[in-house]
Structure formats: structure tokens, C-alpha cells
Design a protein around this ligand. Structure first.
Ligand SMILES: O=C(O)C1=C[C@@H](OP(=O)(O)O)[C@@H](O)[C@H](O)C1
Ligand SMILES: C=C(OP(=O)(O)O)C(=O)O
Length: 439
């Protein structure tokens, strides 16, 4: 079997200079999805060619959409088929089978779209994806009139979706999840009356921003009690857009952390998306004492971006909780590693969602931090990290979770001795070429 381990050695020199990181995963997924169901040709620049986004392209190609991956890096052209132009199997009773790979975003958002089609479909992913909870979308979509069922009756994919007449609902979600919100809003495009979703705190709002650009009648408000409501009206058509995808702040997080941890570093990370619903990692790093300056702030398609100048800093502990959690949910493994190197005790709470990602990230972060000598206690909704002790290199596993592999590659830079990360290639899910950047 091919050795899929990576050895990480302590950084011998500072992280200096200028880099760009690949395009934002969430925005890349949405650009293809909305382009596919819009009228006209959507041109995407700086698309993320990560495995998850390629799963989205693959699904829509199977649904009859021509999608050209151009020779110029990151350029993708989507020849939209209109809101009601997706194609199922020729035999109307036979389901079209879509492979969503490792991608929760693909599975949940595409389910919202498929609920509104007049053909049956079956969505299934890899072993990890097929253990992730799907009741959270099945329940609201069913309330809207969708006929969606977990084939194995365990609330997970494979999901079978039959044609159904959709109507608008108001739905209150238990967790702040952009995937759940987006699945409902996308189904709402096909409903016969308006749909709205209230979530306990605002989750990433790329769907709302981009759908507006495509011509949908969508609005959102923050309520007085801190909950957030997004609403959408049924739609006759969406219209193609040109989308420029900003760099992914979730990918930038590894290099922000590396520059903060490695003495003497001064790193400029150019063109990073800083949408406030995604930028919690920046505020947490700054609260820890991290020296991060935003330069050249600008907007494209409603999405703000900036260049980030990050300098080595001595870090101290923080508490990460509440409404901040959805704004850095994917960066929490990296934040936990930073906390291990920071003075004092960091508490992460209100983050039970970590348990239902590509791995149980409370368990996998705890296991790897402990292997490196960190004193960490997992809790039901987060962890308590007693930082400030020097960590040592160790043999770690990614648990086939890209975020775990990358977070602990950074840990390996700042620890003493050699770190081996097993199953390291899973970084391709969101950051192809990640290790080349390190080298
Ligand atoms: O909508 C999205 O693009 C995403 C939403 C988040 O998931 P949840 O909606 O489950 O929180 C995040 O973890 C995932 O990486 C991408
Ligand atoms: C949770 C993630 O993605 P998804 O839910 O799309 O699989 C992630 O990228 O960290």
C-alpha cells in the first residue's frame, strides 16, 4: 500500500514572504450549484479544485449540466440549465445516483435542490459522509412536502428523494448550520409560498449573498434575541453571474497559525475572504495576542476580502463560545492547537457540532494533542486546553479528516522533534498542494 504518511519537522526558519491560498470551498460549491440552476453561463474564477468541490461538479454534470474546467487555473464555466432544467434518468421511475464523496456541503445543499425536481434521485457519499447526520435536513424538507428518506433508516445518507410538491414553511433550527439553512432556502426556490429559517446564531451567509446576486428574492435579519432569520420567495428563474472566489480563510488559518507560532515570522497572505460570518478565527487569534493586520480591504459580489499580515506573537489563553462558534467552526481544531502553545487555560464550549464533522473533532483533536504531551480534557461541547507546556513530536493520525491533518502539520512545526501524520493525503479535500506550501 502507498505510504500516505507525512513527516513534519520543527520549522528551521521563519515563515516570511507572501502567499495566496486556494479559493473558498463554501463559495466554490455554491457558485457551481447556483450556476447550474441559473439561466445562462456562469464564469467562476479562483474556483477551489479540492475533492469536495469536484464532487459538486460531478453531481451537476450527472444532472445534465455542462461544466467546463478551463485550462487557466481555477476557471470554471457552468452552462446553466435554468431552475427546472436539471435532468434525471431517461426512465422516469429510475433514480439518478449521485456520489457526494466526503462533502457534507454537497450532500445537504444538493438535497435541497433535488427536493424540488420532478425526477427521483439517490445521494450517497464515502464511509465518513454516510455516518453524518441528515435528519437535520430531512425534517425541514419533509415539512415542506419533500419526499426524502434515509435508505438505511439511520438518519444518514444514502438519501432517496422522490418528486414532491413543495410549500413554504417557517423553520427554526436547533443548531446554527449554513448547510441546513441553505438546503431549506434552496428548496424554497421551488416552493409555492415564501420560506424562512431562524437559526440560533448567524451561520455563514454565502448562500444568501450569492443567491441575491443570481436574482433571488432573499433577505436576512438578526433578531433582537441574537437569533438570525433568512427568508426567500419562490423564484421563476435565477440568472447567471460571474463569480470571483476569494481565498479560503479556513485554508489561510493554517498559515496564520504557523506564522504566529514560528519565531521571526512575518507572512503576508493575500486575498483572503473575511466575511464576518467566517472570520471568527481572526478575532480569536487577536484576542490571544496575535499580531494580524488587515490590508487592502475590498468587496466582490458582496463578499469582503483583504490581505493579512501576520507576525510571530506570544499567545495567551481565551474562551471561545456562543455566537462566535459558527464563525470559526472549521478552524476550531487549529485554534485548539494554538491554545496548546499559548499560556494559560483555553476553554472551547458550545461547539458540540465538532462531533459530527469528517471526524469527531473533539475526540480526534484531544487524542492528537495528548499524543504530543498536551494536557487537554474533552467535554460534551468542546475542550479545556491547559497550554504553555512545550509539545513533542509524535505519531498522529488524521482520522481521514483534512482539518485534523493540516492543524497537526502546523503543530508539528512548533513542537520539538519529528511528527508523523498518518493518512495525510486527505488534505486534498479542501487544500490540494497543502504540503508543498509548507515546503
Ligand atoms: O455551508 C457550508 O459551506 C459549510 C458549513 C459548515 O457546516 P455546518 O453547516 O454543518 O455547520 C462548515 O463546517 C462546512 O465546512 C461548510
Ligand atoms: C465540515 C467540513 O465540510 P463538509 O461539512 O462540507 O464536509 C469541513 O470542510 O471542515
Amino acid at each position: 500500500m502507498r505510504d500516505n504518511s507525512r513527516i513534519i519537522r520543527p520549522a528551521g526558519r521563519p515563515f516570511n514572504g507572501e502567499i495566496t491560498v486556494p479559493g473558498d470551498k463554501s463559495i466554490s460549491h455554491r457558485a457551481v450549484m447556483f450556476g447550474a440552476i441559473a439561466k445562462g453561463t456562469t464564469r467562476i474564477r479562483n474556483f477551489l479544485m479540492g475533492a469536495d468541490c469536484l464532487s459538486t461538479i460531478d453531481c451537476f454534470r450527472r444532472l445534465g449540466v455542462q461544466i467546463d474546467v478551463e485550462a487557466a487555473p481555477g476557471q470554471v464555466t457552468v452552462h446553466g440549465r435554468g431552475l427546472r432544467g436539471l435532468k434525471g434518468q431517461q426512465e422516469p421511475a429510475v433514480s439518478i445516483v449521485l456520489d457526494t464523496g466526503n462533502s457534507g456541503t454537497t450532500t445537504r445543499l444538493v438535497s435541497g435542490i433535488l427536493a424540488g425536481q420532478d425526477f427521483p434521485s439517490l445521494l450517497s457519499g464515502d464511509a465518513s459522509l454516510n455516518t453524518r447526520p441528515m435528519k437535520r435536513i430531512m425534517e425541514p424538507l419533509s415539512q415542506m412536502g419533500a419526499r426524502i428518506r434515509s435508505v438505511n433508516g439511520n438518519g444518514c445518507a444514502p438519501l432517496a428523494i422522490e418528486p414532491g410538491q413543495l410549500h413554504g414553511i417557517h423553520y427554526t433550527t436547533k443548531v446554527a448550520s449554513a448547510q441546513v439553512k441553505s438546503a431549506i432556502l434552496l428548496a424554497g426556490l421551488y416552493a409555492d409560498s415564501p420560506t424562512s429559517v431562524t437559526e440560533p446564531a448567524l451561520s455563514r451567509n454565502h448562500t444568501e449573498l450569492m443567491l441575491k446576486g443570481f436574482g433571488a428574492d432573499v433577505s436576512s435579519i438578526i433578531n433582537e434575541d441574537g437569533t438570525a432569520t433568512a427568508s426567500i420567495r419562490p423564484c421563476r428563474e435565477l440568472f447567471a453571474q460571474d463569480i470571483v472566489v476569494p481565498g479560503d480563510i479556513s485554508s489561510a488559518a493554517y498559515f496564520i497559525a504557523a506564522a504566529l507560532l514560528v519565531p521571526g515570522s512575518s507572512l503576508l497572505i493575500k486575498n483572503v475572504g473575511i466575511n464576518p460570518t467566517r472570520a471568527g478565527f481572526l478575532s480569536v487569534c487577536r484576542d490571544m495576542g496575535g499580531d494580524i493586520t488587515l490590508l487592502n480591504e475590498r468587496q466582490a459580489g458582496g463578499e469582503p476580502s483583504a490581505d493579512l499580515l501576520v507576525k510571530h506573537s506570544s499567545l495567551h489563553s481565551v474562551t471561545i463560545e456562543g455566537g462566535l462558534i459558527p464563525t470559526l467552526i472549521d478552524e476550531l481544531p487549529m485554534a485548539a492547537v494554538l491554545a496548546a502553545f499559548a499560556d494559560g487555560t483555553t476553554v472551547i464550549r458550545d461547539a458540540a457540532e465538532l462531533k459530527v464533522k469528517e471526524s469527531d473533532r473533539i475526540a480526534t483533536v484531544t487524542a492528537n494533542l495528548r499524543a504530543m504531551g498536551c494536557d487537554v480534557t474533552p467535554t460534551d461541547d468542546g475542550m479545556i486546553i491547559r497550554g504553555g507546556k512545550s509539545l513533542h513530536g509524535a505519531v498522529l493520525d488524521s482520522y481521514l479528516d483534512h482539518r485534523i491533518a493540516m492543524s497537526f502539520a502546523v503543530a508539528g512545526l512548533a513542537a520539538g522533534g519529528e511528527t508523523r501524520i498518518r493518512n495525510a493525503n486527505c488534505v486534498d479535500i479542501s487544500f490540494p498542494g497543502f504540503y508543498d506550501y509548507f515546503n
